[in-house]
Ligand binder design. Structure first.
Ligand code: NAI
Length: 724
């Protein structure tokens, strides 16, 4: 597990787990490290220094998440002992009295970086595939292997929290160097020589090499009177950032860092272990590990991609429509190295779309993230045009013209004889059924829905929609394209609103239903943000426009199919009234649930209280008229979460969704389901399907039949199974 090689007093320890593709903090590691450390202590007098490196492509992959996700609150004492043991080993190494260098040959994340942080010097190979950082916060965890305690002592409280611990950023070597978590970046081939050089250059100096300026063997307290004056600001800022959502990990990290900064190293380290145990034994870490590790891993490994189709790489893409979405799609494709022909009604319109990339890149240059030369190469990949014939040679087409079936079919017809005969044909439609759109297209089997989210450069999800005639080859190729542009694909079968819009609709319409009940709109919005939604429902409904539910209902009625159309949803009465009676259509029109004053931030429209409030309802003699104060906040929050989760269960049962990971990741990445619950189905699993069904019945009795548990949930509950 850890190979030992002594070369004239310099011991190289090479981590190499024989049973896995990467080194992780499993039992074998702990045992091997124990043995190695004992031997180092015994042979210390003969040693000049120690180098730690790895024989795997990664340096060290961190904690064993499978094990971690099974930890129960009753395991707390045992987990505490184990983490203290791991940390004692590293502390012994750190205080051995000889210089210890980490020669970081591959990614060092989480526990991997924490091993390196316990060394006196960190040298990393100059390879952009390498990532360094402590992403624990993104899994609901805390860097409990010394990560908090050491970064606070290396970088100071402010930088440690803001640049490393609370963001959980994965940094490339140059970035890690600028932040200060590594000391040198050298060509990969020179890594071990550089490590040896560092040891031999300094060994024997009167001044201990590892005791150089900026990093002493941590012992004392890093706090200063100036810092103490700023301490109260940290929790206040964090509260603001989290908007009241109950994420334990950032709070625990902050507390461990602040409390640890005021005591000696050993005490700080124990404080850190206790906070680690508190988050690791909780449900939120389990939810986040499930979604952001296991579900994502499954999707990245191929997930719902049909088997047996050779891997595909797009070389040249034609993007039809250079509006908001087309411009963003062109940007992400060019970023991934794909040639882009960006076509709009005229060259001028297309050039405006290309300007979008120019603006994004200019911002990155200003931030020092890219160079002017790289920008030039990037932009040279995008050719704007008004002429469909310029799409010659394209092996991929992504259409993003106006949401009009006839227009979409027309633009595909224009390029049918121009692009490669087997080019993959994709539409970014957000509402039109893929199967009927395909009917007007030359090669329906090569046609697939490729639904991006706005803003395209930032939103990680792409929903692939399979029409009645879409071939497995087309789905697999589209899947590969999404991976090629470094986004996350989920595959769904054609249905009104697909998966994401259908489930998103239940959230925003629930907000509207609460308005109908006379619930204070401030409470509605606050309940959602405190539940962990990135944006509140009435504000989001304003964004998508209040006429959208009407359009969907009308289309459904015309098609004689009301599934997913909110036809009898109580929220419809509110959106209808706002549009028809008050001409409030949403943000783009300047008025919706909110007012959008030119000179300040948006404000909830006072008319909501006046026309929908409880007293107005009572005056009009309406039965009910909910008393906001009487509705528990938890009910409001659970109504949002349950509405989405129940619709997701239906999507899975109807075959709209193909997998549980697609449901969890799609709900978080596409439509803002609170990440702390690990996605819409993980929420049901963690609640327990039987308890969830019971609670759904309670909500149905109080608020409407839309909360009745669907048959698929009742079956799971009866069988005592979870979705998985
Ligand atoms: P947009 O209105 O910003 O852009 C549409 C572009 O298509 C315009 O630049 C227009 O000049 C161009 N166009 C019209 N006829 C054309 C033709 N014959 N050939 C080439 N270009 C033509 O619209 P947006 O928001 O970019 O939406 C585009 C598509 O993406 C729609 O289908 C929409 O439903 C879908 N979508 C939109 C999302 C959003 O958040 N806006 C999210 C996901 C999908």
């Amino acid at each position: 597990m850890i190979e030992w090689k002594n070369d004239a007093g310099v011991v190289t320890l090479t981590m190499n787990d024989p049973d896995a593709s990467a080194n992780t903090m499993n039992d074998a590691y702990v045992a091997a490290m124990g043995t190695v450390v004992e031997r180092l202590v015994a042979e210390k007098a003969l040693l000049k220094g120690v180098i730690i490196t790895s024989a795997k492509p990664t340096f060290f992959a961190g904690g064993n998440l499978r094990q971690l996700s099974r930890i129960q609150p009753s395991d707390a004492a045992q987990v505490f002992e184990l983490i203290e043991l791991v940390k004692r080993q590293l502390r012994t190494l750190e205080t051995l009295g000889v210089p210890v260098v980490a020669a970081i040959n591959g990614s060092a994340l989480g526990g991997g970086l924490e091993i390196a942080l316990a060394c006196h010097h960190r040298i990393v190979a100059d390879d952009n595939r390498i990532e360094l950082g402590v992403p624990e916060v993104t899994l609901g965890l805390l860097p409990g292997g010394g990560g908090v305690t050491r970064t606070v002592r290396m970088l100071g409280l402010q930088d440690a929290l803001m640049k490393v611990l609370l963001q959980g950023q994965r940094m490339k070597p140059a970035h890690a160097l600028s932040v200060g978590i590594v000391d040198e970046v050298v060509p990969a081939a020179e890594l071990l020589d550089a490590a040896r050089r560092w040891i031999t250059t300094y060994s024997g100096d009167a001044k201990q090499p590892w005791d150089r300026d900026g990093y002493k063997i941590p012992g004392g307290t890093p706090s200063s009177p100036k810092l103490a004056a700023f301490l109260p600001a940290f929790p206040a800022n964090l509260r603001k950032q989290l908007k009241g959502a109950p994420y334990p990990a950032p709070r625990a990290i902050m507390s461990a860092a602040v409390e640890g900064s005021q005591v000696d190293f050993e005490t700080a380290s124990r404080i850190e272990s206790r906070y680690f145990v508190s988050v690791a034994t909780g449900q939120i870490a389990k939810n986040m590990i499930q979604a952001f590790f296991f579900d994502l891993q499954s999707i990245n490994a191929g997930g719902s991609r049909p088997d047996g189709v050779p891997a595909y790489r797009a070389r040249k893409v034609g993007v039809l429509g250079a509006g908001m979405m087309g411009a963003g799609i062109a940007y992400v494709c060019a970023k991934a190295g794909i040639e882009v022909v960006l076509k709009d009604v005229s060259l001028e319109a297309a050039a405006r779309g290309k300007e979008y990339s120019e603006k994004l890149l200019a911002k990155q240059v200003a931030k020092g993230r890219t160079t002017a030369a790289d920008v030039e190469t990037f932009l040279s990949r995008i050719t704007p045009t008004g002429d469909p014939n310029e799409l010659a040679g394209c092996d991929l087409v992504i259409e993003a013209v106006f949401e009009d079936a006839g227009l979409k079919q027309k633009v595909f017809a224009e390029i049918a004889g121009v692009v490669e005969p087997d080019a993959l044909l994709c539409s970014n439609t957000s509402t039109l059924p893929i199967s009927s759109l395909a009917d007007g297209i030359d090669r329906p089997d090569d046609f697939v829905g490729m639904h991006f989210f706005s803003p395209v450069d930032r939103m990680p999800l792409v929903e692939l929609i399979v029409g009645a005639k879409t071939s497995d080859r087309a789905i697999a190729q589209a899947y590969d394209v999404v991976r090629q542009i470094r986004k996350t694909p989920i595959v769904v079968n054609d249905s009104r609103g697909f998966f994401t819009s259908r489930v998103f609709g239940t959230l925003v319409m629930e907000g509207a239903a609460m308005v109908a009940e006379g619930v204070d709109p401030v409470m509605i919005e606050r309940a959602a943000t405190q539940a962990g939604f990135p944006a509140p429902p009435l504000a989001m409904l304003d964004e998508v426009t209040l006429t959208l539910p009407q359009k969907i209902r009308d289309a459904a009625r015309a098609a004689g199919d009301s599934a997913g159309a909110f036809d009898d949803h109580p929220g419809m009465a509110v959106t209808d009234r706002l549009v028809n009676e008050f001409d409030r259509r949403g943000k783009a029109a300047g008025a919706g649930f909110y007012d959008y004053p030119a000179d300040g931030p948006k404000r909830l429209w006072p008319g909501l209280w006046e026309h929908f409030g409880r007293s107005e309802q009572a005056a009009a003699g309406a039965a009910g008229g909910a008393d906001s104060a009487a509705i528990p906040l938890l009910d409001l929050q659970e109504r949002f979460l349950f509405a989405m989760a129940l619709e997701t269960v239906k999507c899975l049962d109807e075959g709209v969704l193909r997998s549980v990971p697609d449901a969890n990741i799609g709900s978080i990445f596409g439509i803002g389901f609170p990440p702390l619950h690990g996605g819409a189905l993980q929420y049901v699993n963690a609640y327990g399907p039987a308890a969830f069904a019971d609670r759904a019945r309670e909500l149905a009795a109080a608020y409407g039949t839309r909360f009745e548990p669907p048959a698929a949930l009742v079956r799971k509950a009866a069988a005592g199974e979870i979705f998985g």
